[in-house]
Design a binder for this molecule. Sequence first.
Ligand SMILES: [Zn+2]
Length: 139
Amino acid sequence: MSQDCIYCAKDERQEKLMIEIGQLRVSTLFLFREQTYRGRCIVALNEHQTEFFHLSQDKQDAYMRDVAQVAKAIEQAFNPGKINYGAFGDTMPHVHFHIVPKYKDGAAWGKMFEMNPAENKQLTDEEYEEMIGKIKQHL
Ligand SMILES: [Zn+2]
């Protein structure tokens, strides 16, 4: 637990970047506010661990089930061409996966998704709520 970590501190820095959707087995699901990739989410482990392989086998299994559950919900809610998964954390070393739906003819199809696209596509509160509702329907 570190106050420098936005996933542990759960403060306004996190609030600016993402909206909490709900609790999974061992993680929390967030909708990423930047929506260049429609349906983009983050699955963050509920405890501060810097590497996935540091987790117990049981926790690794539970975490990957959370990731799979979210990816399935996103596929059903938004019908992307493919879902990408990103786990980096150089500057935010708390286990979290970016779940990034990609669309044929959409942004960065066939390439690495951009972490922070220049367009910085923000939606209205109503639009975020609608997306969250769709995801929850399929979780
Ligand atoms: Zn943390």
